[in-house]
Write a protein that binds this ligand. Structure first.
Ligand SMILES: Cc1ncc(COP(=O)(O)O)c(C=O)c1O
Length: 458
């Protein structure tokens, strides 16, 4: 995921004062420049990829700075705050746990970790009997890779260690996760990549027009890969970059093929779970399949850093006591946040809200695509996640500058996105907290339309 660079020169922008947005200063705010300068001085350059607004507090669908500005958030802070930003119930659960007096417990047993592991399994289909709680999404990806490979060796010997993943996929930035990613530029640093990790096209119907499962088989054959050399297949349930889903029949054929060849099917649900795609709690449920392992992160707690691998008992139980652990596994504060966030998603019916309000969002975005068909090559998504793939007029080449201009324009009008993502940075990704109302969606759509029109008129 790459972001464009944002200008730090404060610019006069029209004042905004609506129900969901308030902009009353130059953007970036002149008083915020010393903070932005400090970040640029003391953090790696790689950390400068997001719009230069200094977050002070956030609540529900709103992000505030210290200078009276308020943004309607369509980022969920990179798809984390599913139950909304700064939920009082989550704050109270974290405080209660902290005041109770247990801030850390490593792998020593704790009641709160037991509650979360049980809850994650109970949310899952019967095939998923175990949950291993970790800290980051990349850590969960690495663990899933290790479990698939360990299983492959046990059923097929040292030859059955290959992993198949997809072009343009993103699974994290650590060594294994990055190699399973599908953007060659992001793994140049590795140089001696593992030849047993191979990619095939993701059947999104836009970047890859060929969406039949035969194409998968053909590409395997073309790369000289046979099932007896493969231990696992990993795919994001929807590809994060463009919010693209594979066809249902494709995923069902993939499921059958994995069954037939004793191959572990992993769905990376780090963006897709916890109601994000509407209608279902987990994104893979849209395909009518059950993966062998899923990875969870981001929206699991709507706040604190926590992730998990959930799946088949025989896969998760492959390592003996003490040999598959992590220092911060099931940190009590993170567990408290996750349990409360899951409760909120359930009691406030946020999965169905994401389905219902998501339909309005998806329809409005399709209308935008229709009105701007020259520069919107595709618009994929489900529920409350979508990606507008911005292209050079009349072509399919990503237009990262135009996507950046659209996002920049929205920021100046009080609608918050993270920097354009995906293939060439040409996608405007839309992912509001699941508590968003139809009214707020429609207000945001109006802003997005204005910004597209202005970016094109530039
Ligand atoms: C689909 C997916 N998998 C894995 C990751 C890695 O998660 P983390 O950044 O928590 O390591 C991300 C992060 O963006 C992601 O979107």
């Amino acid at each position: 995921m790459s972001g464009g660079s944002f200008n730090l020169v404060p610019k006069n922008v029209p004042k905004v004062d609506s129900k969901y947005r308030k902009i009353g200063t130059k953007i970036p705010v002149p008083e915020s420049i010393p903070i932005l300068d400090e970040l640029r001085k003391y953090e790696p350059v790689s950390m400068t990829g997001q719009p230069p607004i200094v977050w002070d507090r956030a609540e529900g669908v709103s992000v505030f700075d210290k200078w009276g500005n308020k943004w309607l958030d369509w980022s969920s802070g990179v798809l984390v705050t599913n139950a909304g930003h700064g939920r009082r119930e989550i704050v109270e659960a974290i405080c209660e746990q902290a005041q109770h007096g247990l801030l850390h417990n490593y792998c020593f047993p704790s009641e709160i970790r037991a509650r979360l592991a049980k809850r994650l399994v109970e949310l899952s289909p019967p095939e998923h009997e175990k949950a291993f709680i970790l800290t980051t999404g990349s850590e969960a990806t690495e663990c899933a890779l290790k479990l698939a490979r360990t299983h492959g060796r046990s059923v097929g010997g040292d030859r059955k260690i290959g992993m198949i993943s997809f072009s343009n996929a993103f699974h994290g930035r650590t060594l294994g996760a990055q190699q399973m990613g599908g953007s060659p530029a992001l793994k140049e640093w590795i140089v001696n990549t593992d030849p047993s990790i191979v990619q095939v096209d993701f059947p999104d119907g836009f970047r890859c027009k060929e969406t039949s499962f035969d194409h998968f088989l053909g590409q395997m054959e073309g790369q000289g890969v046979t099932p007896d050399g493969i231990c696992g297949v990993i795919t994001e349930t929807f590809q994060g970059g463009g919010a693209s889903f594979a066809p249902v029949e494709y995923m069902q054929s993939l499921r059958n093929w994995c069954n037939d060849n004793n191959i572990v099917l992993i769905c990376d649900e780090i963006q897709a779970a916890f109601g994000r795609t509407g209608t279902h709690f987990f994104g893979y449920q849209h395909y009518g399949i059950v993966p062998d392992l899923i990875t969870l992160g981001k929206g699991i707690s709507s706040s604190m850093p926590i992730s998990a691998v959930v799946g088949r008992k025989d896969l998760l139980d492959q390592y003996p006591p003490g040999s598959m652990t992590s220092t911060h596994t099931g940190n009590p504060l993170c567990c408290a946040a996750a349990l409360t966030s899951i409760d909120l998603i359930e009691t406030e019916h946020l999965v169905s809200n994401a389905g219902r309000v998501g339909e309005v969002l998806q329809t409005e975005l399709q209308n935008i695509m229709h009105d701007y068909k020259d520069i919107v090559g595709a618009c994929h998504g489900k529920g409350l996640v979508a990606g507008l793939q911005v292209v050079e007029a009349g072509t399919e080449s990503p237009d990262s500058q135009l996507a950046l201009d659209v996002v920049q324009g929205c920021i100046e009008k009080g609608l918050l996105f993270f920097a354009p993502v995906g293939f060439g940075g040409g996608t405007v990704k839309i992912a509001p907290p699941l508590v968003i109302t139809e009214e707020a969606v429609l207000e945001g759509i109006g802003v997005l339309r204005e910004s597209i029109a202005e970016a094109l008129a530039k």
